[in-house]
Design a protein around this ligand. Structure first.
Ligand SMILES: [Zn+2]
Length: 139
């Protein structure tokens, strides 16, 4: 086996590096330090220090399969929450440009662009037509 212990690449070779779990640990640690400074609860600084220690331990760890499994567990546990936050932002963005109406006949949801005044909407599922106001163009 060739010796490649020169420079940062040699040092980081075979190590875990930053993954999602280590990133979020550092992020939470940062938040804890901000709270420490804000409320002057110095015990919190210890917690922040521990979080950073765990994050750095994971970054420099050579037990890749163990760290990978931990990261996978983290991703699974937070998957729903992260998906929810993502969908929430998408929906909020969409609300500015589109409006959701319900078909009066079958209550199918229909998404139409805003700012078109009164428009005739045809329900894609039961083919009934109804008129709705989508607002007037602003700005
Ligand atoms: Zn319908």
């Amino acid at each position: 086996m060739a010796k490649r212990d020169n420079g940062i690449h040699g040092f980081m070779g075979g190590r875990n590096g930053f993954d999602n779990l280590s990133r979020i640990l550092l992020f939470v640690a940062l938040g804890v330090f901000i709270l420490t400074a804000l409320f002057r609860i110095w015990a919190l600084a210890v917690l922040g220090g521990i979080l950073i220690a765990i994050a750095l331990f994971r970054v420099f760890s050579k037990n890749l399969s163990r760290r990978y499994a931990e990261n996978q567990t983290y991703m699974q546990l937070t998957g729903n929450a992260r998906g929810y936050v993502h969908r929430f932002y998408l929906r909020r963005k969409d609300k500015k440009t589109h409006k959701i109406f319900r078909c009066p006949n079958c209550s199918q949801k229909i998404r139409v662009p805003r700012g078109k005044g009164d428009i005739k909407i045809k329900c894609p599922s039961c083919r009934i037509e109804f008129v709705q106001n989508t607002g007037t163009e602003k700005k």
